[in-house]
Design a protein around this ligand. Sequence first.
Ligand code: GLP
Length: 241
Amino acid sequence: MINSKQIRWIEVNDYQEMSRQAASLFEQQLLRKPDSVLGLATGGTPIGFYEELVRKYKQGAFSFSEVKTFNLDEYVGLASNESTSYHNYMEENLFSQIDISPDNIHLPNGLAKDLLAECAHYEQLIQQNGGIDLQLLGIGVNGHIGFNEPGTSFQSATHIVTLAEETRIENSKYFHTKQEVPRYAITMGIETIMQAKQIVLLAFGEHKVASIKRIQQDGMSEDFPASCLKEHPNVTIIYGK
Ligand code: GLP
């Protein structure tokens, strides 16, 4: 269905198909530009995508030896080796299985002493590396992308966020208790994300239907962060339930 000038909508029948379609877009990107700068996301949604990407890599379809990665976000206060950190998620689901150089992997440091300086440094590193070629996104039930909660300025750069209560509840499934879910995170800003040359957003399941409908049907509003994508020239949304 196409109901916006720019967004390319791909509706899929199952989770595997969503993962395959997304991996195929990343494959095309890596074949076109082996030294791509990839923007990566965490959460339950892209797990199948990473499996598919690793499978293709192991078949020899492409290499990550020249690739650089920047993740969207990280919780504040979690050590990188803690099981619930996004550092650990990425290591398990992707980095430990591919030929990427550790020097080329970037995630915000949620343990930095000076968090504001860390945000500025992260933003600068992305620019210094030429910007993101292809950015992967998931979507929170409240429309957040990265950890940009409703109300975040569309002009925001990498910054510290106070997580919305609904996000802490939603993400508590990855922790033993809700109390363990950190209250703060570092995230790329909306403007950082919008500067990516190409964006792929994945959403799967009944609980994401309302969010997808809001992007399709409503106008742009900072109350619904993902609506910013309507202004981007190269977005693909792959979704299903
Ligand atoms: C977290 C991440 C987001 C992700 C969202 C959805 O809040 N910061 O980047 O999109 O979760 O996660 P899930 O895919 O588990 O629904």
